[in-house]
Design a protein around this ligand. Structure first.
Ligand SMILES: [Zn+2]
Length: 107
């Protein structure tokens, strides 16, 4: 059942890897603390960008998290969340397994 998740995870890992690589380049040229700050800023920026995109998509469609998976006409798009703490699929606002509300959208 993970077969649909893997390409998306791979793409997200690629994005995260690229931003980490950019951070390492900054670290190399500008020193540790500036590089670290840039790295954190990039990561936070990516996370906020993904979250805002996700929230905007849900709002414009008028769906809750649960309805978004099956309700949208485009069958190629499924909105899923994965818990950042335990990695389980999250339905609704909180993780059913560990109760964490830190979650990451999958496209
Ligand atoms: Zn969890």
């Amino acid at each position: 059942m993970d077969s649909t998740l893997r390409p998306v995870l791979k793409r997200q890992l690629l994005v995260i890897g690229a931003s980490l690589g950019a951070g390492l380049v900054f670290t190399y040229f500008f020193g540790f603390f500036i590089g670290l700050a840039v790295n954190i800023a990039v990561m936070v920026g990516v996370i906020f960008y993904i979250r805002r995109k996700q929230i905007g998509a849900l709002r414009s469609l008028g769906f809750s998290d649960e309805a978004a998976g099956g309700g949208y006409g485009n069958t190629g798009v499924k909105l899923k969340y994965v818990c950042l703490s335990c990695g389980a699929e999250v339905k609704g606002a909180r993780c059913g397994s560990c109760g964490s509300n830190m979650k990451k959208p999958l496209f």
